[in-house]
Design a protein around this ligand. Sequence first.
Ligand code: HEC
Length: 114
Amino acid sequence: MTRKTLIALLVAVLVPLAARAEADKKTERLWKAKCASCHGADGKGQTDQGQKMGIADYTDPAWQKAHSDAQVKSGIEGGVTREKAGKKQEMDPFKDKLDPAQIDSLVAYVKSLK
Ligand code: HEC
């Protein structure tokens, strides 16, 4: 392999990786700004709001298994208004507050909490 090829290969691998790391950081910031007040920075739902509303631990493999990408997405887009075990669960819909790419990246983020 020539040096030029090697450099081209390295660039081809590293540039997208760096872009992805940047995107992940943005998503993490978005999660912390818009979601963590209820769901916790770690997604375990151990916040005041989380306990009051009985928010699940999204790092739990059982929760992950029970919630497909599509379900996570519709939850984020449409929000939640329901009652579970006597606790009122409320989350505002984010469909009009975030753009579709942000929602998709949050879906991936939530699914990566396992
Ligand atoms: C005001 C508090 C609050 C905020 C802020 C909030 N959520 Fe929620 N969220 C809830 C509650 C309550 C539930 C329902 C309980 C549960 O499923 O654990 C929920 C459920 C969910 C679910 C599961 C949906 C379902 O159908 O079961 C996902 C995914 C989710 N939230 C993601 C997010 C994301 C991403 C953000 C930030 C953009 C966010 N939430 C912001 C309170 C909140």
